[in-house]
Design a protein around this ligand. Structure first.
Ligand code: NAP
Length: 287
């Protein structure tokens, strides 16, 4: 933490808006990076209930806040308040990063690039030509599917508790590129896992703890699979642990979380982000 002597009048402010937001790891990641690069910037959390979003956006402009991350429940709701959006944010229909360029607020979606980078730690060439299963059809799944299509995946299957949402996601994603997108019912998941190379959990199922339900039938996972769990926790998630026991290559949500932060940091500062420092900040668990 900064001491009062290190705070200066010129310090720029960045942050994350969400509700609730106190659990966010983003301050830890960004403040570690600002410190490492000697930048006079600080990153804080802004707890913004839904009925205060409009006022918060006006506040960002009025106070000259350099940029913010956007988390639940505002990732879609923030769109009408922006002056522009990047191609990927427009495609995903959600914004997780806002850059304040002299009062002009532009939205980006760095979850897409964050997922691509996390996947590259396991598959250096990305998802190009691969067959992939995404479980989930919410905001995170949409970013993952956009990333897989962007990478040139051959096939993306989407399975979700509420099947209709998977159908809707595939209908939209089919127009994004050449990737074949197909919604599959939960009853077909085992068959699809056998044909897939990349498996992604983009549901909120599978946090470590008393609830043991997993998003994927792990007995079907084998050493040829690459498994990415978007859920993150201090230790390996149950899905990652089970997949590792079966010899699969794995990454959990922490990797993607840091990589989306790396992308946001680059947008705000224009600098090459100190990736190792940012990764280390979450591994050390320092606040
Ligand atoms: P969301 O829009 O609320 O979507 C939640 C998804 O999980 C939906 O597909 C939902 O299915 C499914 N789901 C929830 N409870 C379920 C249950 N009991 N059984 C089966 N499916 C269930 O949330 P989101 O923003 O997509 O986030 C999803 C997860 O990704 C969260 O754990 C979030 O923390 C994580 N995430 C991680 C990162 C990262 O950087 N690592 C980034 C973004 C999100 P229905 O459609 O049937 O409700």
């Amino acid at each position: 933490m900064s001491s009062p002597e290190t705070l200066t009048a010129g310090r720029g402010v960045l942050g994350v808006i969400g509700h609730p937001v106190s659990h966010s790891m983003s301050p830890r990641i960004h403040n570690a990076a600002f410190q490492a690069q000697g930048l006079d910037l600080v990153y804080v959390t802004f707890d913004v209930p839904i009925d205060r979003l409009s006022a918060a956006m006006a506040g960002i402009r009025a106070l000259g806040i350099r940029g913010v991350n956007v988390t639940l429940p505002h990732k879609q709701a923030v769109l009408p308040h922006l002056d522009g959006v990047s191609r990927l944010a427009d495609r995903v229909g959600a914004v997780n990063t806002i850059v304040n360029d002299d009062g002009r607020l532009v939205g980006h979606n760095t979850d897409v690039l964050g997922f691509q980078k996390a996947l590259r730690s396991l598959l250096p060439e990305g998802a190009g030509g691969r067959r992939c299963l995404v479980v989930g059809a919410g905001g995170a799944a949409r970013a993952v599917v956009a990333a897989l299509v962007e990478d040139g995946a051959e096939q993306v299957w989407v399975s979700n508790r509420t099947h209709e949402r998977a159908v809707q996601l595939c209908a939209v994603a089919s127009a994004w590129g050449r990737t074949l997108c197909e919604a599959v019912t939960l009853g077909r998941v085992r068959e699809v896992i056998a044909a897939a190379e990349v498996l992604v959990n983009a549901t909120s199922l599978g946090l470590a703890g008393p609830v043991k339900e997993l998003a994927l039938p792990v007995d079907t996972v084998h050493s040829g699979h690459v498994v990415v769990d978007l859920v993150y926790s201090d230790s390996a998630t149950p899905l990652v642990r089970e997949a590792q026991m079966r010899g699969a290559s794995t990454a959990d949500g922490m990797e993607m979380l840091v990589m989306q932060a790396v992308e946001s940091y680059g947008l705000w500062t224009g600098l090459k982000p100190p990736v190792d420092v940012m990764l280390e900040s979450v591994r050390r668990g320092e606040g």
